[in-house]
Design a protein around this ligand. Sequence first.
Ligand SMILES: NC(=O)c1ccc[n+]([C@@H]2O[C@H](COP(=O)([O-])OP(=O)(O)OC[C@H]3O[C@@H](n4cnc5c(N)ncnc54)[C@H](OP(=O)(O)O)[C@@H]3O)[C@@H](O)[C@H]2O)c1
Length: 266
Amino acid sequence: MENISSESISFWKEKSKKFVDELYSESLKEKAISLERPLVTLTYAQSLDGKIAGPDKKAIPISSEPSFIMTHYIRNSNHGILVGIGTILNENPRLSTRYTYSSTEANQPIPVVLDSQLRIPLASNILEQGRNPIIFCLDLGPGKSQSKKKQLEALGAQVYECPNIAGHVSIEYCLKVLFKCGIKSLMVEGGSQIIQAFIESIQENSSMVDLLIVTVAPCYIGASGTPLLAPANPASSNVLPNFTSSNYQVSYSQFGPDIVLATTIS
Ligand SMILES: NC(=O)c1ccc[n+]([C@@H]2O[C@H](COP(=O)([O-])OP(=O)(O)OC[C@H]3O[C@@H](n4cnc5c(N)ncnc54)[C@H](OP(=O)(O)O)[C@@H]3O)[C@@H](O)[C@H]2O)c1
C-alpha cells in the first residue's frame, strides 16, 4: 500500500465519515431497535476477479489506503468485529481501529471469533491485554479443550459453547449471545467461509445482514488466489442474492482507485 500525506489522510477520514454515516441511516437505526441481535454490517475487499487473498490464503494488500481508512471508520463505528478462526490463523489480525476520526480516542471494537475447536493460538494479537475478545466454540466436553478455555479466560477472553449446526457453531445463536453481552452493532470482516455463511443467510427467511459494504479494487489476483465464495455445490439449493433489482438501493463512492459499493438489506 502506498503511503499518503497527512493532508490526504485527513481528506479520506472526512470522506469516510460522510459516506459511512449516511449508510447508517435513521431507518437502519430504527430497525436496530427492533432486532434481538446486533445490527450486522458485512464488509470485505475483493479484486476484480473476485479474490479476497493470495494463493494458499496468504493475506496480501488488495485495497488502497483511502479505502483502508474507510474500513477502519466502519470498525470505529461498531461495538464488535467478527472473523472466523481461518482469518486468525492466516493473518493474526489486530482487528483494531488504526486511526482517530475526531479529537477523542478511536473506538476499539471487541473482537469476536467463531472457532468450533478452540484452535486460536494463545499468542494471537487479539488476546493482547485489554481487548477481551469473545470466542464461540462447540460443546467442549471434559479434557484438553477445557484447559484451553481456562487459559483463554485467564487472558481476558470470554468463551461461549454453542449449539452445533453442520459441524460449526450456530451463527444465529452467537448473535443472540452478543446482543445479551451489549454488542448492539457488529462488523463482519471475513474470511471467505464466514462471508459465504452471511451472504447465504440473505436469501433465507432470517437474513443476518443489515448492511453490505464491499470494496472493489482494480486489480486481478489470478486463479491461484483465494476466492470470495467456495465453488458452487451442485447439490446445494442455495440461491445467492442479487442486488440489481429495484428493491435495493445501491450506493457507491470512490476511495483512491477503489470503488466501494453498499446496500442496506431490509
Ligand atoms: N479481503 C478481505 O476483506 C478479507 C477479510 C478477512 C479475511 N480475508 C482472508 O480470508 C482468508 C480466510 O478465510 P477462511 O475461509 O479460511 O477462514 P474464515 O472464514 O475466517 O474462518 C473459517 C472457519 O471459521 C469456523 N467457523 C465457525 N463457525 C462457522 C460457521 N457457522 N460457518 C462457517 N465457518 C465457521 C470454521 O472453523 P471451525 O470449524 O474450526 O470452527 C471455518 O473453517 C484468509 O486468506 C484471509 O486473509 C480476507
